[in-house]
Design a protein around this ligand. Structure first.
Ligand code: AMP
Length: 583
């Protein structure tokens, strides 16, 4: 394995191989096999290719969008040609390549090209900005950064110039679309070569980003063996076959839409992947109808929107056989509504670190609505423990710990963090609270990690707090979740403004008529904080949705910020804050 990664102990690796969970194939081989078996079948359908630009969306025969289709044979060939071009441009086996592309045929081709080169894509999310991207590029020692020219009004080349200036090891920027001074992705496709050895199944295939426990995103190295195990188990549980048509509504750069079973699981099964321009019903529903989409994966907020839109849209959604909902807490009412209005629901609880728990295909309606399915493999070792790390009695709630054939044993280059995030015998501490029912189903009951799950987007509280504390008018800050009817949770920043002599210099002259003694009046507004964070290059989804000015932050008896008390105070109707201690 690559230096900086934690391998599975040899005896576990042997067992996973003996049991056929790791089957010695690489992701590049998988596509080769699918291309052999399903050559002329359609692998990918998309509204456009990125290199054609968003202006290319034309009308098709029936007034719908003109679609781009790619067969398995074409996808296989294009991946080979791009792999050849990447090698010629200096990308070597074992390199890391930072990839920040929206859902597109190019993203899929690029992933397979990198899988075949033996270089690992580091999958950044489209909303990430300078702060996240610089960290990812520097931490992984990425040799290249792949971006679209513009996406949703944002010029990624500008960002790339800044990142390149800040990360000396980043040798090249590859642009999908108009490259300006950089390298065009479309210019990299070269004659394929079959005399180059590929990676081994136990090598790292890709890096996913952690939803975050503490600090910046940790890097999750997934091997060919383990990720193929992940997507095969998920594809089997969803009963995928060559007739499967998967609509990728969520970003493919995220584990859920990539491999649970997602895009890769569908291509493994010989099915078709459909890429709408956006996940909105306006873009997705016509494609569900025209492509006879059979399954998709949604986060709860999107599932709610779709169930409402299904009532009035007039589009035929009857081909939907399975609708996964997960990534954030799914209430029973929503699960039932999805089942009634969209298609059979499958609850999905998972994490980029590994463990996947999904509803089995034969679950009765009650279990479908009230549980988050069952771990996909009997080789998933799941424990539920109390605060001292002792197993709780059967059926009780505690922190979920997991070890298994597709759950990592350590983050990349994170020795210190790994010592806390994993038990000495290799169990991953998920930070989620769960209980296990007598039927072996998981019920997720909350979490102990300090992360806000904003409709599936994970916002690590301490990362945002660090940015807030850098603001000259903020003396202390705590970020907590507040309930939200649409996203499930939103972020609220409780800030203590700078006051008194220490802050006087920052706050202007007290003799100035505009000066006020009220700290709240001088605290930065939500808008000012949003602007401040934008300037610091932070992804927009991490900007606090709400800002409350408090005189002080309540503390627990051991002197930590008492976030439970803050949350309770914020939830009280009409409460602005929990009062804390007087300033
Ligand atoms: P990620 O690695 O970004 O997929 O985030 C994984 C985390 O998302 C889990 O550890 C949970 O905290 C949360 N999560 C995922 N699925 C669910 C679900 N169905 N219900 C509640 N939380 C979930």
């Amino acid at each position: 394995m690559m230096p900086g990664c934690v391998p599975w102990p040899p005896e576990d690796a042997r067992r996973y191989r003996d049991e056929g969970l790791w089957c010695g194939e690489t992701l590049g081989d998988m596509l080769r096999r699918s291309a052999r078996e399903h050559g002329d079948r359609t692998a990918v359908v998309a509204t456009t290719r990125l290199e054609h630009g968003s202006g290319e969306h034309g009308s098709g025969e029936h007034g719908g969008p003109r679609l781009v289709r790619c067969s398995y044979r074409e996808l296989d060939e294009r991946a080979d040609r791009l792999a050849a071009g990447l090698r010629a441009s200096g990308v070597r086996p074992g390199d890391r390549v930072l990839v920040q592309l929206p859902n597109s045929p190019e993203l899929i081709e690029l992933c397979f090209a990198l899988f075949r080169t033996g270089a690992a894509p580091v999958l950044a999310l489209p909303p990430h900005r300078h702060d996240e991207i610089t960290h990812l590029a520097a931490h992984t020692g990425a040799v290249a950064y792949v971006v679209p020219d513009r996406h949703q009004g944002f010029d990624h080349r500008k960002l790339a110039r800044r990142v390149r200036g800040a990360v000396p090891g980043l040798r090249q920027v590859i642009v999908c679309g108009e490259p300006e001074a950089f390298t065009a992705l479309s210019g990299l496709y070269a004659p394929a070569r079959d005399d180059v050895p590929g990676p081994r199944p136990e090598d790292v295939a890709l890096f996913l980003l952690s939803g975050g426990t503490t600090g910046r995103s940790k890097l999750i190295p997934r091997t060919h063996d383990d990720y193929l195990c992940n997507l095969r188990l998920s594809a089997a549980n969803a009963r995928l076959d060559p007739g499967a048509v998967y609509l990728a509504a969520l970003p493919i750069a995220h584990n859920y839409a990539l491999g649970c079973p997602g895009v890769l699981g569908t291509l493994y099964a010989g099915g078709t992947v459909v890429l709408p321009a956006t996940p909105s019903p306006d873009d997705a529903f016509p494609l569900i109808e025209s492509e006879r989409v059979t399954l998709t994966g949604l986060v709860p907020s999107l599932a709610r929107l779709w169930t409402e839109a299904a009532a009035w849209s007039g589009h035929d959604l009857s081909s939907l056989r399975l609708v996964q909902v997960g990534g954030a807490a799914v209430g029973p009412d929503l699960a039932r509504a999805v089942g009634e209005r969209l298609g059979r629901v499958q609850q999905s609880f998972g994490m980029a670190e590994g463990l996947l728990s999904q509803s089995p295909p034969d679950d009765p309606p009650d279990l479908l609505a009230t549980t988050q399915g069952r771990p996909l493999s009997t080789a998933d070792e799941v424990r539920v423990v109390d605060e001292e790390g002792r197993d709780v009695p059967a059926g009780q709630t505690g922190e979920l710990l997991v070890r298994g054939p597709y759950t990592i044993r350590g983050y990349y280059r994170a020795e210190e963090h790994n010592a806390a995030a994993f038990t000495p015998d290799g169990f991953f501490r998920s930070g989620d609270l769960a209980r296990i029912t007598p039927t072996g189903h998981l019920v997720i009951c909350g979490r102990v990690k300090d992360v806000i799950n904003r409709g599936g987007d994970k916002v690590p509280a301490d990362e945002v707090e660090e940015h807030l504390l850098a603001h000259p008018l903020v003396r202390a800050a705590a970020v907590v979740a507040v309930p939200d009817p649409y996203l499930g949770e939103r972020t609220c920043a409780c800030i203590v403004p700078v006051t008194g002599p220490a802050g006087a210099a920052d706050l202007g002259d007290p003799a100035d008529p505009a000066h006020t003694a009220d700290p709240a009046a001088r605290a930065p507004s939500q808008r000012a904080i949003a602007e401040f964070m934008r300037e610091r290059g932070v992804a927009a989804y991490k900007v606090p949705d709400r800002v409350e000015v408090v005189p002080s932050l309540p503390l627990t008896p051991v002197g930590k910020i008492d976030k439970a008390r803050l949350r309770a105070g914020l939830a009280r109707p009409g409460a602005r804050h929990d009062g804390g201690e007087p300033a």
